[in-house]
Write a protein that binds this ligand. Structure first.
Ligand SMILES: Cc1cc2nc3c(=O)[nH]c(=O)nc-3n(C[C@H](O)[C@H](O)[C@H](O)COP(=O)(O)OP(=O)(O)OC[C@H]3O[C@@H](n4cnc5c(N)ncnc54)[C@H](O)[C@@H]3O)c2cc1C
Length: 756
C-alpha cells in the first residue's frame, strides 16, 4: 500500500506568558517540531524584556531592542500561534482560557510562565503614588517620564530626589544605573552634593540579604562612595503623594518613588483553583507540574518547586526552560515525565552601572571589568539565541528530470508560497484563461463586457442592481479568529470598491484535518471572527460551505444591492482628477518576512490593525465626494490595479512615488529582497511604467507591485473635492490616506503611469 504523509493536529498546548522558560519551549518546538501538536502562546507583552540587561538600558548602555526578545519571529520559527492578551481567568474544569478581547480558547494542557511583580503592589497607595519596577515595559515608560522630569528640574536649578523601595539586587542595580544616566546627561562629575539625590529604603537590616557578606560590604561601600543613601529597617506601610510612610509613621519624601521589593503573583491563579505554595506561588512538583492539576505546568518566578524552593531570579527561570520543554513534550506524547532538581546556588552578576560588575555565588565574590564582560557576554548570547534562527528552506518534491533548470529555478525561488493575497494566481495566467471562456451576453448582466469590475452587476427591476463577488484566501497568520476578521473585510471590499453596501454573504471555509475537538475549535474561531466583522459591516451571513483542505482557508461570496446610477467602477477618470489611496502598502512583503521569521512584532501588529479596517466608510466617503472611478488594491498590487483602471480609456497618470504610503517595516523587508510569491508576476508591469528606469533603485518602486491583503481603496476624485475627501478619510481613522497622483491625459496612445 502507498503511504500518504498527513499530520492532523490532535492536541492543543497553550503557553501563557512569554517568560524566560517558555523561550526554551518555543526554541525546542522550532528545532524539533512535534507533529500533531498545536501550540498557542498567549502573552501580555510580545516584546519580552530581558531584565538582566534592564539596568544596562537604564544607564544608556543598551538600546531598547538590545534588551528585548521579539516573540513574533520566535513563535513563527516554532510554528506557534501568537496571541497578545493578558489572561486572568482559566476554567480548569472545562479546560478553557477566558479572554478579554476575543473568544475563549480551549486547551488540552497548559504551561504558565507569567513572571512576578514586586509585592509592594499590595501596599496602600502604591498604584497611585509609586511605580513598580515590573511589568518592565510599563516601568520603562514611567522611567522615560521621570528621567525627563528630573533632567529639566535640575537644569532649571532645582534638586530632584528619588526613593527606591527594596533591598535586593534589582533596587541596587537600578539606583546605580539611574544615577549613571542622569549624571551623564547633565555632565555631573561629583557624587557628593549631586542635585540628583537617590535613597534606598529596605525593611531588612542588610542590603542584598541572600548574598555573602563580602558582596554586602562591597555594595554598602560603593553606594556610600556614590552618595546613594541607604535607610535600613524601614518597612513602607503606605504611600501618599510624594511620601513613603513606615510602620512607625516615619516619612520619607521624594519627587518619585519606585518599588523593587520581593516577588509576588496576582491572585488569579489561586482563584482558578491551582494549589499554591506557602510563599504564595503556583505549587509544582519536580516535573514542574501543578500539584493539583496534572495538565497544568508552571515555571519561572510564578512557580515554586514544592520540595526545592529557590529565590525568584531569572537564572532559575532560565534553568527550568529545557526540563519544562522536555516534560511538556513528554506529557503531550504520553511518555513518563523526568524529574528536575534546580541547582542549589546560582551565579548572580550585579551591574554596577559603570561597566563593572560583582560576581556572587554562595561564598564566591569578585568584581571589576572582567565580571562585567562576563555578564555582558552571557546576556548578549542569551538574547541572540532567541533572536536568530536558521534560514527556512522549502524543498521542491519533483522527480529529477521532469523539468528543465529554468523552470526549477523559477519554482524554487518561490517554493515557499505566501498566503493571503500573495498567493493569488498571477494576472497574466488569469487573463489568458478568461479569454478562453465563452462570453455571456445576457442583457441583465451589466458587468459582462471586456472590462472586469470588482463585482458582477445584475440588473433588477427599475434602476436597482444586485452585485455579487467572491473571494477566498489562505490563512497568512495562524490565528483563525483574527484571520477570519481580516479575510471578511478583504472579501467585502469588492462590493465597497463599487460604491455599494454589502447586504449578505455566504462563507466558504476550508479547515485542515485535525481531531474533532480541534476542528470544532478552529471552525468556531473562524466563524466567530467572520460574524464579528460582518456585524461591523451590517452584512448578514446567510449560508456557506465547509470542507477539509490542506491549509486553513476562508472566503465569502457577497451580495450587495445598489442603484445602478450610484455605482462606482474602474472606468471614469477625467483629466485633472487626483488619485487617492486609503491605506499604506506593504502587507505582501511583511507577511513574506513573517513566514521567514524576519518581521518585527510592531510591524506585523501595525499591518494587522490596518487590515482590520473595513473599506466601507472609505467607499461611502468616495461616493459622497463624487469619485469618478474606484477599485480595491489587492493581489495585483497598486500598479496592477491602477493599470486595470487606466486601460479602460488609455489614461495617463502622473504618480508621486515618494508620496506612496508604506506600512512600517515594508521598505526594510523589500530592501532585504523579501517579496511575496505573486510579486514577481506583478512586477512584469514595470516595463509599462513610462520612466521606470530612473526609479528602479528606489525601494518604493518595488512597493508598487506588492500584493495586498485587505488593502485600501484607490479612487479618482475631482480636484475640487480632493482636500475635503482626504480630510474626511483621515477623520474616519484612515491616517495613511494620501493623494498619490493625478490624471494627466485621457485617450492617450497607450495607458501609462509616469513617475515623479
Ligand atoms: C531590574 C531587575 C534586574 C534583574 N536582574 C536580574 C539578573 O541580572 N539576573 C537574574 O537572574 N534575575 C534578574 N532579575 C529577576 C528577573 O527579572 C526575574 O526573576 C525573571 O524575569 C523571571 O522570569 P520569568 O520567566 O518567570 O518571567 P518574566 O521574564 O517576568 O516573563 C513573564 C511573561 O509573562 C507575561 N505575562 C505576565 N502576566 C501575564 C498574563 N496574565 N497573561 C499573559 N501573559 C502574562 C509577561 O508579558 C512576560 O512575557 C531582575 C529583575 C529586575 C526587576
Amino acid at each position: 500500500m502507498k503511504n500518504q504523509n498527513i499530520s492532523p493536529e490532535v492536541k492543543h498546548l497553550v503557553l501563557i506568558g512569554g517568560g524566560h522558560s517558555h523561550l526554551f519551549v518555543l526554541k525546542q518546538l522550532g528545532m524539533n517540531p512535534v507533529p500533531g501538536l498545536r501550540t498557542t502562546l498567549i502573552s501580555r507583552d510580545i516584546n519580552t524584556p530581558y531584565s538582566g540587561s534592564l539596568p544596562g538600558h537604564i544607564s544608556g548602555l543598551y538600546e531598547y531592542d538590545d534588551i528585548h526578545i521579539d516573540l513574533r519571529p520566535l513563535a513563527q520559527f516554532a510554528g506557534v500561534s501568537l496571541i497578545q492578551e493578558q489572561i486572568s481567568d482559566i476554567d480548569l474544569s472545562t479546560k478553557t482560557i477566558r479572554c478579554n478581547n476575543r473568544p475563549d480558547i480551549e486547551f488540552d494542557f497548559i504551561s504558565l510562565n507569567i513572571g512576578s511583580r514586586p509585592d509592594a503592589v499590595k501596599i496602600p497607595g502604591a498604584a497611585e503614588h509609586a511605580i513598580g519596577i515590573k511589568p518592565i515595559d510599563k516601568f520603562l515608560q514611567e522611567w522615560n517620564r521621570i528621567s525627563t522630569d528630573a533632567i529639566s528640574r535640575i537644569e532649571s536649578r532645582s534638586d530632584y530626589s528619588m526613593l527606591i523601595v527594596g533591598g535586593g539586587p534589582a533596587s541596587v542595580e537600578f539606583a546605580l544605573a539611574a544615577q549613571q544616566k542622569i549624571h551623564k546627561e547633565l555632565k555631573i562629575k561629583k557624587y557628593q552634593d549631586s542635585p540628583f539625590r537617590i535613597r534606598i529604603v529596605s525593611a531588612d537590616s542588610k542590603l542584598l540579604s541572600t548574598h555573602n557578606s563580602r558582596v554586602q560590604e562591597y555594595i554598602a561601600a560603593e553606594l556610600s562612595r556614590r552618595a546613594i543613601e541607604v535607610k535600613l529597617n524601614f518597612r513602607v506601610e503606605k504611600f501618599e503623594a510624594g511620601t513613603a510612610i513606615s510602620e512607625n509613621e516615619s516619612r520619607m519624601d521624594a519627587d518619585s518613588m519606585i518599588f523593587a521589593t520581593g516577588a509576588s503573583i496576582p491572585e488569579w491563579p489561586a482563584n482558578c483553583g491551582l494549589d499554591m505554595s506557602d510563599d504564595g506561588f503556583i505549587k509544582v512538583n519536580d516535573f514542574l507540574q501543578s500539584t493539583s492539576h496534572e495538565f497544568v505546568f508552571a515555571a519561572g518566578d510564578a512557580a515554586t518547586i514544592h520540595k526545592e524552593p529557590r529565590p525568584k531570579s531569572g537564572v532559575y527561570a532560565v534553568r527550568q526552560g529545557k526540563p519544562l520543554a522536555e516534560n511538556l513534550i513528554r506529557y503531550a506524547t504520553s511518555k513518563k515525565l523526568k524529574p528536575f532538581t534546580p541547582q542549589k546556588h546560582a551565579l548572580a552578576l550585579i551591574n554596577m552601572g559603570n561597566k563593572t560588575a560583582i560576581a556572587s555565588r554562595n561564598k564566591l565574590f569578585f568584581q571589576g571589568r572582567s565580571a562585567w564582560h562576563l555578564k555582558d557576554s552571557i546576556d548578549s548570547r542569551f538574547l541572540k539565541n532567541f533572536s536568530q534562527f536558521p534560514e527556512m528552506n522549502s524543498v521542491l518534491n519533483v522527480a529529477e528530470g521532469l523539468m528543465d533548470k529554468e523552470s526549477k529555478d523559477e519554482l524554487q525561488q518561490h517554493a515557499m508560497r505566501c498566503a493571503g493575497c500573495g498567493a493569488k494566481v498571477s494576472g497574466s495566467i488569469l487573463d489568458e484563461t478568461l479569454d478562453l471562456l465563452p462570453k455571456t451576453d445576457s442583457a441583465d448582466i451589466l458587468s459582462s463586457g471586456s472590462r472586469i469590475e470588482d463585482a458582477a452587476v445584475i440588473s433588477l427591476e427599475k434602476n436597482r442592481v444586485l452585485l455579487q463577488s467572491v473571494d477566498q484566501i489562505k490563512a497568512f497568520i495562524n490565528d483563525p479568529w483574527l484571520f477570519a476578521r481580516i479575510a471578511t473585510n478583504h472579501c467585502l471590499s469588492d462590493i465597497y470598491a463599487m460604491g455599494a453596501e454589502a447586504h449578505s454573504a455566504l462563507a466558504v471555509v476550508g479547515v485542515p484535518l485535525a481531531s474533532k475537538k480541534l476542528i470544532r475549535s478552529q471552525l468556531s474561531e473562524l466563524m466567530l471572527g467572520c460574524a464579528e466583522a460582518l456585524k461591523e459591516n451590517e452584512c448578514s451571513l446567510i449560508g456557506g460551505h465547509s470542507s477539509e483542505t490542506s491549509e486553513l482557508q476562508f472566503g465569502l461570496s457577497v451580495n450587495g444591492f445598489a442603484e445602478k446610477d450610484g455605482l462606482l467602477s474602474k472606468e471614469g477618470m477625467n483629466i485633472g482628477d487626483v488619485l487617492i489611496l486609503t491605506k499604506a502598502l506593504g502587507t505582501g512583503t511583511l507577511f513574506a518576512a513573517d513566514m521567514r521569521y524576519k518581521a518585527k512584532h510592531v510591524w506585523i501588529n501595525n499591518a494587522l490593525e490596518q487590515m482590520l479596517i473595513s473599506n466601507r466608510l472609505s467607499s461611502q466617503c468616495f461616493v459622497q465626494h463624487k469619485a469618478t472611478s474606484c477599485t480595491d488594491v489587492t493581489g495585483f498590487g497598486l500598479a496592477g490595479h491602477l493599470f486595470e483602471m487606466l486601460e479602460t480609456r488609455s489614461i495617463e497618470v502622473e504618480m508621486n512615488l515618494s508620496e506612496i504610503p508604506a506600512l512600517s517595516g515594508a521598505l526594510d523587508t523589500l530592501q532585504q529582497g523579501i517579496i511575496s510569491s505573486l510579486h514577481k508576476d506583478n512586477s512584469v508591469l514595470a516595463r509599462d511604467i513610462y520612466n521606470s528606469e530612473a526609479f528602479l533603485k528606489d525601494p518604493k518602486f518595488d512597493l508598487l507591485f506588492d500584493p495586498q491583503t485587505s488593502g485600501g481603496l484607490l479612487a479618482s476624485v475631482p480636484i475640487e473635492e480632493a482636500e475635503n475627501c482626504l480630510k474626511k478619510l483621515h477623520s474616519l481613522g484612515l491616517a495613511d490616506a494620501t493623494i498619490i497622483g493625478r490624471v494627466s491625459k485621457v485617450n492617450a496612445a497607450l495607458p501609462a503611469i509616469i513617475l515623479r
